[in-house]
Every structure is written in structure tokens, then in C-alpha cells.
Ligand binder design. Sequence first.
Ligand code: GLY
Length: 407
Amino acid sequence: MKTRYILPAIALAAVISCGSNHNRRESMDRLASRVFETAKAQVVLMDSLLEADRCPRTLDSLGKLVTTDIGWWCSGFYPGVLWQVYDYTRDTAIMNLARTHTFRLYDLESRNTDHDIGFQVMSSFYRGYLSTRDENFLPMVRQSAKRLSGRFSPVTGTIRSWNGDIWKWPVIIDNMMNLELLTTVSRLGGGEEGDSLMKVAVTHANTTMKNHFRDDFTTFHLVDYDPSDGHVIKRQTVQGYADSSAWARGQAWALYGYTMMARETGSLKDESISRTYLSQAENIAKMLLYRLPDDGIPYWDFDDPAIPSAPKDASAGAVMASAFIELSRYTSDKTLKASCLDMAQKQIRTLASEEYLSKKGENEGFILRHSVGNLPDGSEVDVPLTYADYYFLEAISRWQELHRKRK
Ligand code: GLY
């Protein structure tokens, strides 16, 4: 039986009552300009620390920058942070850095190791296109979509996430994020090929909705399929506390992924597709609103028994904040809308506080502290990560955009 989460009506009251505190609290406009001023100093610092063929990954235990080659799933996020800083500041020196770091990823074209090409190319090349409307960014986007769709199997109804032989046909919830590459290229045009990319994205999203989620709308991390007949072999949570637990970033990818798919399928003839994804996102959001701690930033796994001593994951908080703001635009449930905005604001304010936000010149150019990459692997625990920075800036920009429209 599916869990029904009833949101307290006080959420709406809380948003309305924010008004009384407004005089004492920093305005969101002021917060945005403070964060982007810090971000601008940080991205320039990071550029000065990077060798020509390297991408930022995290910090080591001495606080020194750890870099990676372009194949790492996060290689697009630093260029994406640069594009967002450019969008806010319109500083051409930042635009030039963004262009340089984006085109450094060009060799991704010749690789086909996993599904992460979506993260890598959408946050860099497609962001570059959105910022400049320069069509030179688009061939890479189109080519990558073709590659990603080549990983689709009509038998499992999914795109294969990872290569290797540990699993037969592993699909992780993160893969929902990469569907935006397919839907974007489909929207850019391309006749039958475009239709087929959309079909792959919709089929993957439908299969994932059927097989990844528990009755309480939490999601497993990984589902392994049998590629010969498509049946589910097993379900796991590889990067979480236990197979049965709710790994925080996985829940964040799920919320963001289904909200994004509701948007991307909004103009399809069959309106029920978008409505189904919206309803899935609403249910995930209600689960999260029910479970998130007071400051809005999740512990790395909602079910770690070490809570409240377990590490927080700023990256999951940032992804959720961005998704909550987008979901607030589509849902017709007024209480949920208010709760999403209330939570997103709380998450942004927490991440913009001294506890999380770097000071200029600190942390080798990262913007946020306190994320978790892969705790079971002992990798990247309580450290800065590029995707936390990327989705944090996106959340602030989305907040600003929404409220600019309302003014
Ligand atoms: N896509 C990998 C992660 O979220 O850690």
C-alpha cells in the first residue's frame, strides 16, 4: 500500500508569517548577490590552481585540491558553475573561462563508459549554449544524446548506467537526471530521431517509476535487470547505508528527475505522461518534506542510525532546493507549493550560512563545504564537491527568477 503523506497546513502559515521576520533577515536578493560575489572569487581561484587537462573533484585531508581527468562523472560541473557565475555577473572574463573549461571536455565525444554523459554535457556545453546562444556548443550536445540513447535496451526498457561485470544491466536512480540530454535534443528538433530520443527518455522514466520506488516513495539506488528478458534481478542501495535505506542524494535525483521530466514532456500530445511524472514528483516531495531535518539539509542517508552524528550532505540539499523551486511552479496543490518554497528557502539560507559557505580564498575555490560522495566506499566524506556548488547556484538563480516574475 502506498504511503500518503499529509502536509501540515502550518507550512502555508509559515511562509506567510515569514513576512514579520523579513526586516531582520537578509533578503534573498542580498543573499544572492553575496553568494555570487563569493562564487566569482572562488571560480577564479580554482582556475588558477588547475592544470590544463584537469578538472576539480574535491579536497584531500590536508585541504588540497584533488583533480581528475575529464572522464569523471562530475567533469561538467565546474564549467557549469562558471556559466552560472557569468549569467549572474555578465563578466566577460568569466565567460572566457567558462568557454575554455567547457571545450576542455571535447574528447568526451569519443568515450562511452557510462550514462553520465548527460551530467557532463548538459552542465557544460548546453549551459554554454543557454548563456550565449552560440550554436557551436550544440554538435557536442546532439552527438552525446545519440551516444546515451545507444545505451538503451527495449528489453529492459532502460538505459544501462554502468559498464562492467558486477551487475548484468545496472540502472541507478541518478540516471533520471541524464534523460534531460535526450529530451533537450528532441526539443531542439530532429524529426524521427528526436521522437525516438523522447521515446527512450519516457520509457526509461516509466520503467524506473515502476521498479525503483518503494511504497513510501523513497527510492532504491540501483536496480539490476536481466538483459535477456528484462526481469528485475535485485535492488540495492550501493552508495547508501543499507539496501533498504533512503540514500539522500538518490532521493534528490528522484525529485529533480521527475520534476524535470514533467516539464520536458509537458507539450507531448498525450498529456497524461507529464501529469504522471508530476504526481510522482509531488509524492517524492511530500516524503522529503516529512523527513527532512529542521535546517533542511539531509544527513547523507535518511536511515543512518548514527543520526544526528552522521554527516550532512550539502549536495543533496542543493539538488533538492533547486527541484523544490521548480516543482512549486507546476503543482496545483497550494499547500505543497508553499511547503516546497518554504523548504527551498530554508535550504538555501542554511547553505549560504557560515557553516556551509566558503569565505573568499578558502577551500581551493569550492563554494560549499560538507558534502558526501560515497561513504560506504570511504570516499569524499564531509568535503566540498563540484555538484553541490552547481545545484546551489542553480537553486538561487531559480529562486530569483521565480520571484522576479512575480514582482
Ligand atoms: N551519480 C553519482 C552520485 O550521485 O554520487
